[in-house]
Write a protein that binds this ligand. Sequence first.
Ligand SMILES: Nc1ncnc2c1ncn2[C@@H]1O[C@H](COP(=O)(O)OP(=O)(O)OP(=O)(O)O)[C@@H](O)[C@H]1O
Ligand SMILES: [Mg+2]
Length: 351
Amino acid sequence: MQLTLDKFTKSFGDTDVIADMDLTVRDGEMLALLGPSGCGKSTTLFAIAGIHRVSGGRILFGDRDVSDLPSQKRNVGVVFQNYALYPHMTVAENIAFPLEVAGQDRATIKREVRAIAELVHIEKLLNRKPAELSGGQQQRVALARAIVRRPAVLLLDEPLANLDAKLRLEMRSEIRRIQQETGITAILVTHDQVEAMSMCDRVAIMNEGEILQIDSPTEMYRAPVSRFVAGFLGNPPITFLEGVTDGRGDVDLDGLKLPLPARLEALPGGHAVTLGIRPEHFGQSRGVPLRGKVRFIEPQGRETLFDILLENGAMLRSIQPVRQDLSVGDAVSFNLDTEAMLVFAETGERL
Ligand SMILES: Nc1ncnc2c1ncn2[C@@H]1O[C@H](COP(=O)(O)OP(=O)(O)OP(=O)(O)O)[C@@H](O)[C@H]1O
Ligand SMILES: [Mg+2]
């Protein structure tokens, strides 16, 4: 089911949290709402769920305006960070609950609970109480309960935040598998860019109640619209260097000149710009050699991360296939692929 926000607005008292937000989530798509704390992700999700009333605009499920429907009438599945399972009920009873509320008969409930438990891989846990489950198992039960009514949309608010790193990784691909197998349109709220990029078809980046960009993870990483978006994606993060164009195809940084990417060579001089340099574009075979000193080495198993202090005092990060020939303090010359640099205007917009 396609989900549309049409000029969705939400205020609390005098505070406008979201103003005139437009968003379409395609049928069967999983979309991430990604942004810093307080930007309005949960507020948006709660409004879609019907927990908050909209202050303006409309929310559509398919062609149907649900803005004024109470939560129970919208058929949404919701999973929160703190699972909120009913502690006195067994797993089977927890999953069955939404079906009971909907007045389904016993045989249907039994069949549906079993089918969902199989899908989510918790068939063996049906008679346990939530307290007898691990965090990951509880999360699976919460997911099963959210999708047992085959909701029009599945809303996930930081569902993995309480899990340890290994479980988070496992549940990341599990949630995606289940969403794809069921074909439920889903929104994942997160402030973890890796989660957003690895789980979702498209990512919407939000800041201060506004959507700044919606794109596939690959496209958003390749062509962020602004410095803010670029800074939000990438691990280890992009490095920003401030400079001024010289009108002859170069940027003057403090004590260093770097060529602009060819397509931006004609930029007029005297403009303040920010260069965005990703670690995978520094220290490879091609580019402009830059001299510096190794300041920090972080072996990451498959790759090694270096912090290089350039001669002009700027620090650049480099990620390379494992290498053990360097030590902290060594003088190095690494190539910077200046064609791959992102260049931002003073306003933050990408050029
Ligand atoms: N019930 C409320 N009353 C007043 N202000 C609220 C209420 N709920 C949220 N807000 C405000 O709305 C803004 C957005 O909050 P929201 O919970 O949507 O952020 P978020 O993006 O989910 O952040 P986080 O990543 O920390 O969960 C915040 O400034 C918050 O203080
Ligand atoms: Mg939130």
